[in-house]
Design a protein around this ligand. Structure first.
Ligand SMILES: [Zn+2]
Length: 228
């Protein structure tokens, strides 16, 4: 799936080399924790559809990963994303590809291979291929991020991208208009910007988007799957 969000994230991250991690923001934390009436808005760039499986297995292949991410770190990122999406109601199991090979297939469980593959990502940090059931991560883009902004904690960008792509498999096809949502795009490419409760807060953050699904992401995921 094409992924404009990646380009937007990169622009911000690269524009502020060495920017320090920013102070805790109450407004942003509240936006992550609660979804107010009327805040469930998307860019209408797709139609959410129920997940084709009631459960998912994401298995991780570490080949080709950047040297600065260990297999255990990436797998922990996947686990955190899976746990954070759990309130949507579709269980996500995570394992490495060696474990997956001996895991007895469960027909109720969709299987997604998580891998490093620049060709499948085409200039973004990551992309979900819903047909081939692959979640692709880009070694080249993470190398560029490290080169341009070495002080930025790349693991946070990895967490955000993995959480975002996992959301596509769970039925969230459209991108959110709320800046803080992990499923958001900052703009629509035509001059319209994402929305937030305190517009001034956007500038104070290198990355405003949450690393994990927000209350609105979860609410939309449940709605997409008929679990209101
Ligand atoms: Zn996306």
């Amino acid at each position: 799936m094409k992924w404009r969000f990646a380009a937007a994230a990169l622009a911000l991250l690269l524009a502020l080399p060495g920017a320090p991690a920013l102070a805790f923001s109450d407004t942003r934390a509240q936006e992550i924790a609660q979804c107010l009436p009327g805040e469930l808005q998307t860019w209408n760039d797709g139609r959410d559809t129920p997940s084709p499986h009631g459960a998912w297995l994401f298995f991780y292949a570490h080949a080709g990963a950047p040297d600065w991410f260990s297999a255990a770190q990436v797998q922990a990122v996947l686990q955190r994303a899976a746990q954070a999406w759990a309130p949507c109601g579709l269980p996500v199991q995570v394992m490495d590809d060696a474990q997956a090979r001996t895991h007895k297939p469960d027909p109720a469980q969709g299987r997604v291979r998580v891998q490093w593959d620049d060709a499948a990502v085409r200039g973004n940090f990551a992309a979900a291929n819903l047909t081939q059931r692959t979640l692709n991560l880009s070694p080249a883009m993470f190398a560029l991020l490290r080169q341009r902004n070495p002080r930025h904690p790349a693991i946070e960008t990895l967490q955000m991208t993995v959480s975002h792509e996992m959301g596509h498999f769970l039925g969230l096809v459209a991108h959110s208009r709320r800046c803080v949502d992990v499923m958001s795009y900052y703009d629509d490419g035509k001059g319209k910007r994402c929305s937030l409760r305190d517009p001034a807060a956007l500038k104070a953050h290198v990355e405003y988007r949450s690393q994990l699904p927000t209350a609105c992401d979860i609410q939309r995921c449940r709605a997409a799957n008929g679990l209101r």
